[in-house]
Structures are given as structure tokens and as C-alpha cells.
Design a protein around this ligand. Structure first.
Ligand code: SF4
Length: 448
């Protein structure tokens, strides 16, 4: 018998997998929701945008801001998805932060943990009633919501990656106590459980994931170490809460190089931080050259351009598109017999940065711009620089790029979480004062 509930498979913006069908990928949140429903005897099918109308409830997993673009492109032109449609759409996940751009294609937006919300919500839809909850926004109206926190760790084992690379997953912790000022995860998710980031990597064998500060705790040769520095210079890292000194970077590389064989370190970094200059970038390049590991270490920096993540102290900060982080891709920083340091092959471009910042700072004024972003033929081709310029010629981009003052309405005014918004703003003001250089005024300039 066909189920009345289905998860929507739609094509993701970034080609991480063939589609969001949840077969063969590690979408933990969607798998947890399917597990919750399965335990209540609710069978959950997988549908496509075209087959959605066969169901009463369509579930949409939003893994990042990119999924707002992907969802809009997948459904916005379909007659069966227009307001007044035959089915109800429930969307949630880590990417459910600002639903304004997709508000006409979702009925219920769930913010934060959804495992205790999903069953009563579906029951309500079955009874043709309106569901009300402080963590659920009844769209298309934009109203205040409070992120739902986990009351406990998810109790059950989850079988991820159905069919391909089968893997059991068990939740060991939520949230992080470190309070980096740019990190949505720490400010919007209350810490539960004793687990830490020092753990086996979920998707790779012979690989671990750990904080840079925990590298000295590594006791044996690892194939690959996934970690983060999140800032080119000590000044930036300390100002934004990632307190890793230059000496700790040198010591970390030397420690990894104390084990025989070749070890690869994938270190996530954030580029174009507010007030970042070339001097900050050069500081990292000079620092890594001082490391002298005994055995070969290959360090790859994956730099992601800064976005002012919602519900963080830096949500008010300005955005800088240039110099383009993508121009650093594949550049070798240092090469010797025992140490090779380079930029990753796939750093994001100013275009990707701009697309997602538009989603997270969208207001109802954004509709025309967003529609063009998703469908305008001229924005499907051309270089990154040409597309940014084209968009800038037709629309005012300053609401998405500028700094916001404490006394003005932030585009995501409707969000709140377990950390009070006034506390977030206070942390922003303190970090702002720490920066001796004034934040740059918004310019869209290509590096010379
Ligand atoms: S960025 Fe900072 S706060 Fe966020 S998860 Fe990593 S260590 Fe924790």
C-alpha cells in the first residue's frame, strides 16, 4: 500500500551525491526522522517534485542554504506546487534558518530538533487541523520562532547509507562548548552528551576528525586527519573565538609528523573574515614554513569564505566577496621533503558566497532578485566576476553584504535560540572593539 508521507528527492546545488534521495548518502537528520516515523508505524516513501501530489505530506530535508536554491529551482515553476496545492510540505534540517525565499512552497518550517515534533505535526495534518508550536513557522507568514533543543540524545542506532557503504550511527553528543563567534552550531544547539570531536570520521575509514587543540593527543599514525583552524592569522582567530596560536599550528604539524609514513591533514579555514587583509594571509604562510616534521605531512587548507551565520554573534558582520577565495585553489604554499602545504582544489567562489548570503539575509524584498538568481539565463553562464557584476547592476546588494547596527531590524529578526539575542549582540560588539582596523566599507572589487 502506498504511504501518505514521502521525503522529497531533489537535486542538490552542490553535487555531493546524485540527488537527495537519502540512498547511499549520510543525511543523518533525514534518516533520524524516517526512523522516528518508522517506529510509529508510518511508512515513508521517497518522491520527486513531479510525484509529490500522490501524497498528503511531503518532507523536505534542508541541509544548508544551498538547499533553498535547489528547492526553489526544483518546484517554483511546477503548477502542482503552487499555493493551494493538494499536499502539505514540512521542511527542516540544519539549513532551515531563513525560509523567506521558499516560503510559498513550504507549509511548516521546523527549526532545530524535529524528532519530537514530526509525529504530532503529521497527525495534525491528517486531522486537517493547523499545527502550532514555538519552533514551527506556519508559512508563508513570517513569524517568530525559537530553535527546538534536544531534550536527550537520540536513543536508537541508525543504519545510514542504505545499500552503499552501510554504516551504523549512534548520537554521542550535540553542540559544542567552544563558542567560536561565527559558528551557528554552538550558539543554536545546546551541548548534550560527553562526546567530543575527537572521533572516527563518519565517512572515511582510517581517518579521524578532531579539534586542532587535540592534535597533541593523537597517539598513533592516522591515514587522514580532518580538523580546522578557521582564520589565517592569530589576530583573527583570537578575535573570533578560535584560540589557536601560531606556535600551536607549528607544534601540531610536528606532532603529526612524528609518526612514520605519510599523513594527510585536511584543515578547514575561513577566509575573508571581517577586517582580514593580505598581512593575515601571509602570516599563515610564514607560520607553516616554520614546521619541521620528522616524517612527511601533507596539509591541505580548505578555505570557505566567511558568511555571517544566523543566530551567531557575527550575524551582524559585513561580508567581503573579494579577493576571491576560489583564486587560491590548488596553490602550493610550501613544499619540502617532509612537508607540503597547499590550498584545496575546490575553494568556494564569491558567487557561491553571495548566493548563500542572499538566502540567509533574505526578506520579502528579495523575491525578484532570488527568482533571477535561480532562473535568469544570463546568470547561468559567464565567469564568477561577470555574474556578480551583472547582479550588482540590476539589484542593490548592500542589504546582503553590509554590517547591521544593534538598533536596526536584522533580516532574520524572527529567530531566537537558547542563547539570548542580546547576549549574541554583546559578544559581537566586544569582538568589534577588539579589531583595531575599521571594518571595510562594502566594495565589490576584484583583486589586482
Ligand atoms: S567552529 Fe568552534 S564552536 Fe563551532 S563546532 Fe568548531 S570548535 Fe565548536
Amino acid at each position: 500500500m502506498q504511504s501518505e508521507v514521502a521525503f522529497l528527492a531533489y537535486y542538490p546545488e552542490k553535487k555531493r551525491s546524485d540527488n537527495n534521495s537519502f540512498e547511499g548518502n549520510y543525511n543523518i537528520g533525514a534518516n533520524v526522522i524516517m526512523d522516528v516515523l518508522g517506529r510509529k508505524g508510518v511508512k515513508c516513501d521517497i518522491c520527486t517534485p513531479d510525484t509529490a501530489q500522490k501524497y498528503k505530506v511531503i518532507l523536505v530535508s534542508m541541509t544548508s542554504e544551498y538547499d533553498c536554491l535547489a528547492l526553489y529551482r526544483a518546484v517554483a515553476l511546477l503548477p502542482s506546487w503552487q499555493p493551494g496545492r493538494r499536499f502539505k510540505v514540512v521542511a527542516g534540517g540544519a539549513g532551515m534558518q531563513n525560509p523567506v525565499t521558499v516560503r510559498n512552497y513550504i507549509d511548516y518550517a521546523v527549526f532545530g530538533r524535529g524528532e519530537n515534533i514530526i509525529c504530532p505535526l503529521i497527525d495534525c495534518i491528517a486531522d486537517a487541523k493547523q499545527f502550532e508550536h514555538e519552533s514551527v513557522m506556519n508559512l508563508p507568514e513570517i513569524s517568530s520562532v525559537n530553535f527546538c533543543q534536544a531534550s536527550e540524545l537520540y536513543l536508537h542506532d541508525i543504519d545510514l547509507g542504505r545499500g552503499r557503504g552501510r554504516r551504523q550511527w549512534k548520537e554521542s553528543f550535540v553542540g559544542c562548548p567552544n563558542r567560536c563567534l561565527f559558528c551557528h552550531y554552538t550558539w543554536a544547539r545546546k551541548k548534550i552528551g560527553d562526546g567530543t570531536y575527537y572521533q572516527g570520521d563518519l565517512t572515511m575509514n582510517r581517518s579521524i576528525e578532531c579539534l586542532w587543540k587535540d592534535i597533541p593527543k593523537i597517539e598513533k599514525k592516522e591515514g587522514r586527519i580532518r580538523t580546522a583552524i578557521d582564520g589565517f592569522s592569530e589576530r583573527l582567530r583570537f578575535a573570533y573565538g578560535k584560540k589557536i596560536s601560531n606556535q600551536e599550528i607549528i607544534d601540531g604539524i610536528n606532532h603529526i609528523g612524528s609518526f612514520p609514513g605519510i599523513t594527510v591533514v585536511l584543515a578547514y579555514n575561513i577566509s575573508n573574515m571581517p577586517s582580514e587583509t593580505q598581512t593575515d594571509r601571509d602570516e599563515l604562510y610564514k607560520t607553516v614554513k616554520k614546521a619541521k616534521p620528522k616524517n612527511r605531512v601533507i596539509v591541505v587548507f580548505q578555505s570557505t569564505p566567511f558568511r555571517p551565520s544566523l543566530l551567531t554573534p557575527l550575524q551582524w558582520a559585513p561580508v567581503t566577496l573579494y579577493p576571491a577565495t576560489s583564486d587560491l585553489s590548488a596553490r602550493v604554499i610550501y613544499d619540502s621533503d617532509s612537508l607540503r602545504v597547499m590550498h584545496s582544489f575546490s575553494n568556494e567562489s564569491p558567487w557561491s558566497q553571495l548566493e548563500t548570503v542572499i538566502v540567509s539575509r533574505a526578506t520579502t524584498e528579495t523575491d525578484k532578485l532570488f527568482h533571477a538568481l535561480c532562473f535568469h539565463p544570463k546568470l547561468k553562464k559567464g565567469t564568477v566576476w561577470e555574474k556578480v557584476k551583472l547582479l550588482q547592476c540590476s539589484f542593490d546588494l548592500s542589504p546582503y553584504l553590509r554590517e547591521y547596527e544593534a538598533d536596526e531590524k536584522h533580516p532574520a529578526w524572527f529567530l531566537s535560540s537558547y542563547t539570548a539575542n542580546v547576549k549574541l549582540r554583546k559578544a559581537y560588539d566586544i569582538s568589534r572593539q577588539r579589531m583595531t582596523d575599521a571594518f571595510p566599507t562594502i566594495k565589490i572589487e576584484r583583486a589586482k
